[in-house]
Design a protein. Structure first.
Length: 142
């Protein structure tokens, strides 16, 4: 029995606040959205020592994930969530004049989002480095 996807989703949801998730849940689209973020996170977690594939029918990973692995996936999910926000603001810029765009503080919002995304990327990379160290030390003891 592997780790439920819900364990990673819960960690991710604890990192973000978006009331649109309630609407997505009511429309039955939340699971698909979370899986999209998860699949992107799995691709970024290149140094994982476990198989990160999962069973679509049981919504469980094929292996048991430890705390670090779940946390790294949730952090990368957060990175991709923020990326969608950045892209939404950038797309809005096309439809607004420069004056309207700047007056609505979308430009400063975009800069803040990009900065936050960079911080989350650094955090995820740091977690992955710690994970590698943790796994190396664990191998020495066993």
């Amino acid at each position: 029995m592997g780790t439920p996807l819900e364990d990673v989703y819960g960690k991710f949801m604890g990192k973000v606040t978006d009331f649109r998730f309630i609407e997505l849940n009511e429309q039955g689209l939340l699971e698909d959205t979370l899986k999209d973020y998860l699949n992107s996170a799995i691709v970024r977690f290149v140094n994982c020592n476990k198989d990160l594939s999962y069973d679509e029918t049981t919504n469980e990973f094929n292996e048991d994930l430890n705390f670090y692995e779940k946390e790294i996936l949730a952090t990368w999910m957060t990175y991709y969530y923020i990326t969608t926000k950045v892209n939404n603001v950038k797309n809005l810029e096309v439809y607004l004049s420069e004056a309207d765009y700047n007056s609505r503080s979308k430009a400063s919002n975009l800069n803040a989002l990009i900065s936050h995304r960079q911080e989350v990327s650094k955090e995820a990379s740091s977690l992955q480095s710690t994970y590698n160290l943790y796994e190396s030390i664990d191998e020495l003891w066993h």
